[in-house]
Design a protein around this ligand. Structure first.
Ligand code: GLN
Ligand code: ZN
Length: 769
């Protein structure tokens, strides 16, 4: 086929779309169903209506081929578990009694049965439910959901392409089932799984699918030869089936690397590749393997994970190059649009000039359609779009918001010395001990205390104008006074103000920093019915005034014990926001770090001797490929040190991490040069303490002894036992006593009881030393 006739057939498509609806109707219907206020039939109707609305919206924008099967009541990996019949033993009865309730039991657990484990979907903030597989797993195809959703779309006379999690990805994301050997490799189940996929493909073909998309994002990660061979076998076997639709193997979140030749040689009809910055190397790699003769290529040129408008001319040039490398080239976003909010045009609070720089799912869809048209008909067909796009890009590039000379020259002037404290840890720790006068095994908490209904009401009252700022601040102060008085009575050594003024640990700071935008409706699914609104790092970052000093010094004025200042670190600020794509992440991190450094220094000047800078996201932002780890960790740890190294040696810097295994980044944790780290550790019975010790970690550490994810109150004996376990790894001179994480999601009664027990446990162990 010549380039010209290849171009004539260009289709616009996407791999998935936000599920929730503009008013988060899906969340409301599902949570209503859980509470018994919405019937199953009403929930199903809401879901079907949302799917139809999404498809119509896509088709009306000009998308030629819509995805089906990407919708989910909770999570698409859990849907795949249902599709292949891998229901864990403990959930079978519930699933057999009622499929929908059984589904939610797997997702959320019940009074008697634990849910599936939840973990992050690659390096996004979406969480999936981890399949549990073992030597006894028996698969059985259940194609009902995929077939029904395909038929719904076909009934609207649309061209529809079912999207299914591929078998290699499904198995590699699984973990050994309870009772299976710990070293059980789910990939060994491939032979049993493939017949199920064959059935899925046959059923989808019978239902009218011309193409089926099999998602294999695990192939953009480092894979062993055996895993690549398994992928080769899967697609050789599925390709050899006679009763099947055409197969499109989709990759996203980066470059395929050594998996590209494997898929290029496989007897499938199409591949989807990421050509955004993350997958840029795919372009050269594709040329190096001789392109994809005879295959369809779906080019993910519009960034599906970030919210900036596309550079249409640049994408067209990429697409033009690709035309010569495949039989047919179609246009898409780099991944499912699940990871971006629905519609930027409803953000009325964002300056219209800046809003033009933003593209959420709806706007991205329009970009994809424009690019497909430009590729098929030539740039003359899209001159209006191109010139508007050029104007918006130029306005962003030249805006004073994105280029503040003062911020830039300050960032450029940062030296290595600015990222180092004036004395090494060993000398500082002695100075801090003298200064703070703490006992052995000092007790503290991670920052937040229960966010009560009264606090949320106060915030709502302020927003609605029912109370003024003074009235609001009075309520916050009253809360701080109560939190301080409780901690004194409970006998904690290093107190906190409790963070009552914070709506969220990132948004609170984003709202006060210039260059950072908050959205009103920019909801993105984090897991199940939990949605978050990540703020947008849009411009150069400055701190017009101190952000936390008032509250911390007020708290300190109420007590003679040290009150710990509390900030969110630069890496976590980036990880839980949409980041700039017009400069390296390291540059954005440095700007945020400089703003936070001023806050740290102001806290110290205001009389704060202990300052905690939280970095729970340090591990989760680690790049997918090992080759990229060192560069990331270098800028990430530097940003933390830049934030924290402007203080006196006797000021104690804490950090905190949770939600992940940290065993493989102990060196990076050490490179933060913090004086004290608190870590989530209770559930793993101090595993992380052993990992720190194994690495020779030299600093003070507080592995958590209270699992704050559950309302359960740990007893004193149990807490003391965990401390004894901790002491086997970390000597008493360096061991701190604290919960796993902040207490904002807990109620007051259990918080009181648990912290009293925690202090009692510390006293018990001190008496034994
Ligand atoms: N200081 C924060 C709190 O206590 C830390 C939260 C977190 O680690 N996610 O809530
Ligand atoms: Zn935490």
């Amino acid at each position: 086929m010549t380039a010209k006739s290849a171009a004539a057939a260009v289709r616009a498509t996407v791999y998935g779309y936000p599920r929730q609806g503009q008013g988060r109707e899906l969340k409301k219907a599902i949570e209503g169903y859980w509470k018994g206020r919405v019937t199953a039939a009403a929930l199903q109707d809401t879901a079907a209506e949302l799917r139809r609305a999404n498809w119509r919206q896509l088709a009306d924008t000009g998308v030629h081929e819509v995805p089906t099967g990407d919708f989910s009541y909770y999570d698409h990996v859990l849907d795949t578990t249902v599709m292949v019949g891998a229901i864990p033993q403990r959930h079978r009865a519930a699933v057999e009694a009622d499929a929908l309730d059984g589904y939610f039991a797997m997702a959320r657990g019940t009074q008697d049965v634990a849910p599936l484990e939840m973990t992050k979907w690659f390096d996004t903030n979406y969480h999936y439910l981890v399949p549990e597989l073992g030597p006894n797993t028996v698969f059985a195809a259940d194609t009902a959901k995929q077939v029904a959703e395909l038929k719904e779309a076909l009934a609207l006379s649309l061209t529809a392409r079912p999207v299914v999690v591929g078998p290699v990805t499904y198995l590699l994301l699984a973990k050994p089932a309870p009772g299976a050997p710990a070293d059980f490799e789910p990939l060994t189940l491939l032979d049993r799984l493939l017949p199920v996929y064959a059935e899925v493909l046959a059923d989808l073909r019978a239902a009218g699918a011309e193409w089926v998309q099999l998602d294999e994002p695990v192939l953009v990660q480092d894979r062993t030869r055996a895993e690549l061979d398994a992928a080769a076998r899967v697609y050789r076997d599925l390709g050899a089936l006679t009763d099947r639709p055409r197969l499109l193997v989709a990759s996203y979140f980066g470059r395929l690397g050594e998996a590209l030749p494997v898929l290029a040689q496989a007897p499938v009809e199409g591949l989807a590749l990421d050509f955004t910055a993350a997958g840029a190397a795919n372009l050269d790699d594709l040329a190096a393997v001789g392109g994809l003769p005879g295959k369809r290529l779906i080019a993910g040129v519009v960034d599906g994970r970030n919210i900036w408008i596309n550079d249409l001319s640049k994408s067209l040039s990429t697409l033009g190059t690709l035309l010569g490398l495949a039989d047919r080239v179609d246009v898409a976003a780099s991944c499912s649009l699940l990871h971006v909010p629905l519609d930027a045009s409803v953000e009325r609070d964002i300056d219209p000039q800046i809003r033009r720089w933003l593209a959420f799912a709806r706007q991205k869809t329009a970009e994809i359609v424009t690019l497909a048209k430009g590729l098929a008909q030539g740039t003359d067909a899209i001159t209006g779009e191109l010139s508007a796009n050029r104007a918006d890009l130029a306005s962003r590039a030249s805006s004073p918001i994105t280029h503040d000379p003062a911020v830039r020259s300050r960032a450029a002037a940062v030296t290595e010395a600015d990222t180092r404290r004036s004395q090494p840890y060993a000398e500082r720790t002695a100075a801090q001990r003298g200064h703070l006068g703490l006992p052995l095994l000092p007790t503290t908490t991670i920052g937040s205390f229960p966010q009560t209904a009264e606090l949320r009401t106060a915030r709502a009252d302020l927003r609605a104008g029912r109370i003024d700022t003074t009235g609001y601040e009075e309520r916050i102060k009253a809360e701080i006074a109560e939190v301080i008085s409780f901690q004194e009575k409970a006998g904690l050594d290093v107190l906190v103000h409790g963070e009552p003024e914070r709506n969220d640990m990132v948004q609170y700071f984003a709202e006060q920093l210039t260059g950072y935008l908050a959205t009103q409706h920019g909801w993105v699914q984090s897991y199940g019915t939990r949605y978050v609104r990540p703020p947008v790092l849009a411009g150069d970052i400055t701190r017009p005034e101190p952000m936390t000093v008032r509250w911390t010094t007020y708290a300190q004025s109420l007590t003679s014990r040290p009150v710990k200042g509390m900030l969110t670190g630069p890496v976590t600020m980036l990880a839980w926001s949409f980041v700039r794509d017009d400069q390296p992440l390291a540059d954005t991190a440095r700007q945020v770090a400089l703003a936070l450094r001023d806050e740290v220094n102001d806290l110290e000047a205001g009389g704060t001797s202990v300052i905690q800078v939280d970095e729970p996201a340090l591990r989760e932002t680690l790049p997918l490929r090992a080759a990229d780890h060192a560069a990331y960790l270098a800028w990430a740890t530097e940003a933390f040190r830049l934030t924290t190294s402007g203080v006196r040696p006797d000021t104690q810097i804490h950090t905190h991490m949770c939600y992940a295994e940290f065993g493989d980044i102990v060196q990076a944790i050490d490179d933060l040069d913090a004086d004290v780290i608190s870590l989530e550790a209770a559930r793993s019975r101090m595993q992380v303490a052993r990992e720190l010790a194994a690495h020779g970690y030299p600093r003070e550490a507080g592995p958590g002894i209270y699992d704050i994810h559950s309302p359960r109150v740990p007893g004193t004996v149990e807490a003391a036992e965990l401390l004894r376990t901790g002491l086997k790894a970390i000597p008493a001179e360096r061991l701190w006593v604290n919960p796993d994480c902040g207490l904002k999601t807990r109620g007051w009664p259990e918080t009181r009881a648990a912290l009293e027990n925690l202090v009692a446990a510390a006293r018990t162990i001190r008496a034994e030393l």
